[in-house]
Design a protein around this ligand. Structure first.
Ligand code: FRU
Length: 478
C-alpha cells in the first residue's frame, strides 16, 4: 500500500478540486489577472455534466481556485456548458463565448439529430460576476450540410470586423471549420465560409487562430485521423498549421487547401496525454498555450488518481516562439518562481522527490551517442538513431502508465531536456522546446512509499540539475 500521506494530486498543474477536468476555457489576461476556466464535472472523476470551473493567477504559476462560474441552467445549455473562449471588448468588459450542449430526449443518433450546439455569451466587468446568458446562435444558423456537432467558438477582430471560428462535423462525417462574421457588437453573426481540409477525419474540435511572429497560425483537434508510426499516435490529435501571411478570412479555398494538409500539421505534443489547448496573450505580449493533459476516449486510464476521487489536470502554461518552421514551446519563465532546493545529480542515483524540475544538458555537443533516461525502472525516454532517422521514444516498462505503452517521434539529436514531474504527470521538453511529451505517470503504481523519490539513470555525457518544486495551486477550503 502507498504511504498514507502519499497523494497523486499535482502541486503546480491546475487540477479539479474533486471530480473530473477537461479542456481549458476562456483563458485570458484581464484587468491585472490571468483567468483560466476549465471543463469541470465536480460530481465524479469519471466525467459527467459540464460546468466552467475557475482559477485565477497574478503570475501564471500561482493559481487560486475560485469556484464554479457557469452552470448548465438554461434550456439552451442544459446538458453542458461546453468549451469556449474569452474576448475583451473595447469598453473594457470581458465576454465569454461557449457552446451550450443540449440533448433532446428520444431515440436519436445525437450526431445528425437530437442535439443542439448553441453559441452562448455572458459578459462581466470584473471576471467574477456575469450577466444573464445570451443565446447568439443555434444549429439552424449554421450551414445545412453540417451535423449537430458545431462547437468551441474562438473570437478575433480584423479591422472593423469580428470573426468566430467553430469546429464542425459535416452530415457525411467530414471534419471542418466554420467561420462566422459579425459587423456589430458581436451579437449577430453571418456565415462567412466553411472549410473542410483533406484528411482530417470526421470532426475538428477546439479550433484556435492567432498570429505568432510573422505567421498566422490555425490550430485544431482532428478526430478520426489514422495513426502513423512516428506521429499522430493518440486516438485524437491536436496540432497547428503555419499559414504564413495567408488568413482564414482572406485566402481562397484553394490556398487554404494547399496550406492545411496533414503533412503540414504539426502536433503540439507527442505524449499520451494532451488535447484541446487554447492560446492567449500575456500582459507583456507573449503568446501562451495551455492544454488539457488528457485525451478523451483513450484506451489507457488513470485508476490511481480516480481512486483518490479526481482525474486529469492541465499542462503548465507554455510560452510560444516560432522559428525555422516550428513553434517551440517552453514552460512560462515564471515557473522558475516555484523552484526550491537545487541539487546536482550524478548519472545514477535517486531523485529525492516526485515533484521536480530537472534540467539535463549534454555536455559535448559533438557527442552522437544515444540518449537514455531511465526513471524508477518503469519509464524510459530515449533519443536514438534508427538508420538515417533520429527517434525519440517514451516507453512504459510496466503498468506505471495504467495502459500507456510507447510514443515515438522523429526529432533532432539530443541536446538537452527539461523534465517537469508533478507527482503523476511528466512533461518532457526536448531540445529547447522543439518537442514536448506529456504523459500521466504513476511510478510504482503506488505500491511502495515514494516519499523518497525516483531512481534514475542517465548517460555519462550529460549533466543534470534538479529543483524541488513548490506548490503553486491553492484550493481554499469550502
Ligand atoms: C474537447 C471537447 C469539446 C467540447 C468539450 C466538452 O475535449 O469535446 O469539443 O466542447 O470537450 O466537455
Amino acid at each position: 500500500m502507498a504511504d498514507k500521506k502519499h497523494t497523486w494530486r499535482t502541486a503546480y498543474h491546475i487540477l479539479p478540486p474533486k471530480g473530473w477536468l477537461n479542456d481549458p476555457n476562456g483563458s485570458t489576461y484581464y484587468k491585472g489577472e490571468y483567468h483560466i476556466w476549465f471543463q469541470y464535472s465536480p460530481e465524479t472523476p469519471l466525467g459527467g455534466q459540464k460546468y466552467w470551473g475557475h482559477y485565477t493567477s497574478k503570475d501564471m504559476v500561482h493559481f487560486t481556485y475560485q469556484g464554479i462560474s457557469l452552470s448548465p441552467d438554461q434550456p439552451f445549455d442544459k446538458d453542458g456548458v461546453y468549451s469556449g473562449t474569452a474576448w475583451t471588448a473595447s469598453d473594457g468588459s470581458l465576454e465569454l463565448y461557449y457552446t451550450g450542449n443540449v440533448k433532446h430526449p428520444g431515440d436519436f443518433d445525437y450526431i445528425n439529430e437530437g442535439r443542439g450546439h448553441n453559441v452562448v455569451r455572458v459578459t462581466s466587468k470584473d471576471g467574477f460576476h456575469f450577466s444573464e446568458k445570451e443565446l447568439l446562435l443555434e444549429n439552424k444558423d449554421y450551414p445545412e450540410d453540417l451535423s449537430c456537432h458545431v462547437r468551441d467558438p474562438k473570437i478575433w477582430q480584423e479591422g472593423e470586423i469580428y470573426y468566430m471560428l467553430l469546429g464542425a462535423r459535416r452530415r457525411d462525417s467530414v471534419g471542418g471549420l466554420l467561420l462566422m462574421k459579425s459587423e456589430d457588437d458581436r451579437r449577430t453573426w453571418q456565415i462567412e465560409r466553411e472549410f473542410f481540409p483533406d484528411g482530417f477525419g470526421f470532426m475538428l474540435e477546439c479550433p484556435d487562430y492567432f498570429t505568432l511572429g510573422d505567421q498566422n497560425v490555425v490550430a485544431f483537434c482532428p478526430q478520426g485521423v489514422e495513426n502513423q508510426e512516428n506521429r499522430l499516435q493518440n486516438i485524437y490529435q491536436s496540432g497547428y498549421v503555419l499559414l504564413g501571411d495567408r488568413s482564414l478570412s482572406g485566402s481562397s479555398d484553394e490556398e487554404l487547401g494547399q496550406a492545411i494538409t496533414l503533412d503540414q500539421f504539426t502536433e503540439w505534443d507527442m505524449g499520451f496525454d494532451f488535447y484541446a489547448p487554447q492560446t492567449f496573450v500575456a500582459a507583456d505580449g507573449r503568446q501562451i498555450l495551455v492544454g488539457w493533459a488528457g485525451v478523451p476516449d483513450c484506451s489507457y486510464g488513470n485508476a490511481p488518481s480516480i481512486e483518490e476521487g479526481w482525474q486529469h489536470s492541465m499542462t503548465v502554461l507554455r510560452e510560444l516562439e516560432v522559428r525555422d518552421g516550428i513553434i517551440r514551446q517552453n514552460p512560462v519563465r515564471e515557473l522558475d518562481l516555484l523552484r526550491g532546493v537545487r541539487r546536482e545529480l550524478g548519472s545514477v542515483g535517486m531523485i529525492p522527490s516526485t515533484c521536480f524540475d530537472l534540467v539535463i544538458e549534454r555536455e559535448s555537443q559533438e557527442s552522437h551517442q544515444d540518449f537514455c533516461l531511465n526513471l524508477n525502472q518503469d519509464l524510459t525516454f530515449t533519443v536514438r538513431k534508427e538508420g538515417v532517422e533520429t527517434v525519440a521514444s517514451l516507453t512504459f516498462i510496466n503498468n506505471s502508465g495504467d495502459g500507456r505503452d510507447v510514443r515515438r517521434s522523429l526529432c533532432q539529436e539530443f541536446r538537452n531536456a527539461r523534465i517537469l514531474m508533478d507527482h503523476c504527470i511528466l512533461e518532457i521538453y526536448l531540445n529547447n522546446g522543439e518537442q514536448v511529451f506529456t504523459t500521466r505517470y504513476y511510478p510504482d503504481q503506488g505500491q511502495v512509499d515514494l516519499q523518497g523519490g525516483l531512481l534514475f539513470e542517465l548517460p555519462a555525457d550529460c549533466s543534470a540539475v534538479m529543483y524541488e518544486m513548490e506548490t503553486g495551486i491553492l484550493i481554499p477550503e469550502e
